[in-house]
Design a protein around this ligand. Structure first.
Ligand SMILES: Nc1ncnc2c1ncn2[C@@H]1O[C@H](COP(=O)(O)OP(=O)(O)O)[C@@H](O)[C@H]1O
Ligand SMILES: O=C(OP(=O)(O)O)[C@H](O)COP(=O)(O)O
Length: 398
């Protein structure tokens, strides 16, 4: 790895360390409903605090468009950070200026301070020089532990690294190492599973993957677009008929690159999109005109699992079916369990990411068995698409 990590940070007692974390967590009625992102950054915070640094957390929450919005205050999140760390977390009512300065002046070595939402200032998203300088004035060292925000070239995710000595936090480091194993220099064969709702949101991803992996499994709603492009009737299934040419181009690119495209051979159909809807398994060539495919069928599950049995590396984004409504979660759960079992045996490196994918793996109760599950949505996808991530690239240059 070509970036500095916390291993390179010694002798930091009393130093003010600005740590960019991602606290953009789900909240309902003022309470954090999933603290995974907080748990992921806790090791970095603890390590810096134990080394005696003054740990100053910078984060955004929601999309307040450059001005204060009461229900996007990070004050709501501070108690959850305290709970996870089991340590007092002080709060500063602004991330720059006197309020930040005064809150920092009151810190003792090892203290943790959370500053208010960086996106309450327009300079954050614009990465404005003045705003970056104002942030940098509060720190001696910059640590970025927010991989899931690294696709943004914002002041706190990119700009600060130009002004202060910059380091990757433990989560950033783990994320980059896992992704490198998954697609950088992976052990072959590499199998990718891409599912989810639509092709249109994942065209770049599919195009990049066919040049990198040995087999690309296409499942979920997006498989219908590929099946329809072959002239097969998909009935009332979710399908982007206008993307038939795109689907054909992806198949042609895969052929050229020697990447196998694995499409469903059978599907589980229903006439209503709801849990427990009447359903049956049909051959993919025999989808009734009034029905929709909501999951891939048993033959397809077996084919995907065969590929996973042969694979050394698996990267996964997007569920194979409408996993939120049983029994259309069957394929996603079966494949997730098989991949988890192979990973537990030490025979597979498995890397997964994306909001719904993480939810699906949690639903299958196997998220902990995967080699790495990214909490990032957009950043994970952009990395898999082969796009540069500004927050990562600047750390590598330092
Ligand atoms: N056959 C299908 N028909 C309709 N929706 C589907 C189908 N298969 C999967 N989906 C839906 O796709 C959604 C997840 O897709 P997506 O948001 O692309 O995943 P991720 O967030 O992991 O990138 C889920 O809500 C799921 O219900
Ligand atoms: O939650 C986030 O994005 P994600 O849901 O795509 O992982 C990140 O915190 C980035 O937030 P943004 O998409 O408002 O820049």
């Amino acid at each position: 790895m070509t970036f500095k990590t916390l291993d390179d940070l010694t002798d930091i007692a009393g130093k003010r360390v600005l740590v960019r974390v991602d606290l953009n967590v789900p909240v309902k009625d003022g309470v954090v409903t999933d603290a995974t992102r907080i748990e992921r950054v806790a090791p970095t915070i603890r390590e810096l605090s134990e080394k005696g640094a003054k740990v100053i957390l910078l984060a955004h929450f929601g999309r307040p468009k450059g001005e204060p919005v009461a229900d996007m205050s990070l004050k709501t999140i501070a108690p959850a950070v305290e709970d996870v760390l089991d340590q007092r977390v002080h709060f500063g009512a602004d991330c720059i200026g006197d309020k930040a300065k005064n809150a920092i002046a009151e810190m003792s070595d090892g203290d943790v301070l959370l500053l208010e939402n960086t996106r309450f200032h327009k300079g954050e998203e614009k990465n404005e020089a003045e705003f970056v300088k104002a942030l940098a004035a509060n720190g001696d060292i910059y640590v970025n532990d927010a991989f899931s925000a690294a696709h943004r070239a914002h002041a706190s995710t990119e700009g600060l690294a130009h002004h202060l000595p910059a380091y990757a936090g433990r989560t950033m480091q783990a994320e980059l190492e896992a992704l490198e194993k998954g697609l950088g220099q992976p052990k072959r064969p590499v199998v990718a599973i891409v599912g989810g709702a639509k092709v249109s949101t994942k065209i770049d991803l599919l195009q990049n993957l066919v040049t990198k992996v040995d087999a690309l499994v296409i499942g979920g709603g997006m498989a219908n677009t590929f099946i329809a492009a072959k002239g097969i009737n998909v009935g009332k299934s979710l399908c982007e008929h206008d993307l038939a040419d795109t689907a054909k181009a992806i198949i042609a690119a895969a052929d050229k690159a020697g990447c196998a495209i694995v499409l469903p051979e059978d599907g589980v159909i229903a006439r209503e999109f709801k849990a427990g809807a009447d359903n049956e398994v049909v051959d993919i060539n025999a989808i009734p005109a009034d029905a929709m495919v909501l999951d891939v069928g048993p033959k397809s599950i077996a084919a995907v699992n065969d590929w996973i049995s042969k694979a050394e590396t698996l990267v996964w984004n997007g569920p194979l079916g409408a996993f939120e409504i049983a029994p259309f979660d069957k394929a996603t759960v079966a494949v997730a369990k098989h991949a988890a079992a192979r990973t537990r045996q030490g025979s597979l490196v498995s890397v997964a990411g994306g909001g719904d994918t993480v939810a699906a793996l949690n639903h299958a109760e196997v998220a902990d068995d995967f080699s790495y599950v990214s909490t990032a949505g957009g950043a994970f996808l952009e990395w898999m698409e082969g796009k540069p991530l500004p927050g990562v690239d600047i750390l590598k240059q330092k």
